[in-house]
Design a protein around this ligand. Sequence first.
Ligand code: NDP
Length: 326
Amino acid sequence: MYKAIVINKDEAGYRAELKDQNDEDLPEGDVTVKVAFSTLNYKDGLAITGKGPVVRRFPMVPGVDLAGSVMASSHGDFKVGDAVVLNGWGVGEVHPGGLAQKARLKGDWLVPLPAAFSPAQAMAIGTAGYTAMLCVMALERHGVTPDKGEILVTGAAGGVGSVAVAILAKLGYTVVASTGRPAEGEYLKTLGAAEIVDRAMFTEPGRPLGKERWAGAVDTVGSHTLANVCATTKYRGVVTCCGLAQGMDFPSSVAPFILRGVTLAGIDSVMAPKAERIEAWNRLATDLDVSKLALITREIALSDAIDAAGELMAGTIRGRVVVDVN
Ligand code: NDP
């Protein structure tokens, strides 16, 4: 028997519950993992509360992330006892996920846990932090170096935003953090933000082009925010787009792209190739100050995950939530 959060949708409605499961409830897969820690990402919040159509098979164990140790394996790359981490690949959406004490997965989805991190630290980073690293790698790939100017991070007090601020600051960038929570200003400065701006300057419909300010941006918010960020990005600047906390729409014009040569770089963590994942985790081991993780993270029990998902959707959680599943 093992415990898991289980989501069902039937005549009784959409609901998430903490349940006892049997090994027969595990799906197909060539590696069985004893989960040590999982986490709550925005997507897990949508899945648990039913606020977004994330879960596509029922019953489903949510949790797009997990860290733990291999209990059984018929995959050539993994043996019993190996420490592993998993992010995405549809886990927690179409394949039972990490908010459980046990998971069975495809070995091809697993990444060896970098020696720099404990399982709890890997989940403090989680998909949110790994996505933040993918955004920073995209800025670099497009030539945005610290000397080019300010980097804007939107949704800065959230999970992706917090980790992005910490990584960019450690790499020497001048980070401007946009938040709707002025009370988190000190927190964001401790993570390395040079300046805090009110997110209200981006959330309303704006002009096709504004005063040029950002050399680059990490946008976790989408909608008018993303449009206004593009409109105020400097000539040849780069905006990485990874989130939709304000909305999935993109009410922009082509002006920033054809008049200022702005690049909009899309970031997807879910199906990112394995080599890029390994690179991102290796970069996190060197470019994220691990001591900042304690500040970013709150730890909860599996039995608290359903309530915490509601808080995440209400936008009241700062940084990251790690779930101790045992
Ligand atoms: P969080 O909920 O932790 O953070 C989102 C932040 O966005 C909030 O903390 C808040 O920041 C801001 N925000 C929330 N609502 C609004 C709004 N209505 N208008 C403007 N800003 C708002 O989520 P995560 O950091 O885990 O994820 C952020 C986004 O990135 C999500 O949309 C998620 O789906 C997406 N994502 C995408 C991935 C990918 O592969 N592309 C992977 C991981 C996440 P503040 O209070 O500071 O203003």
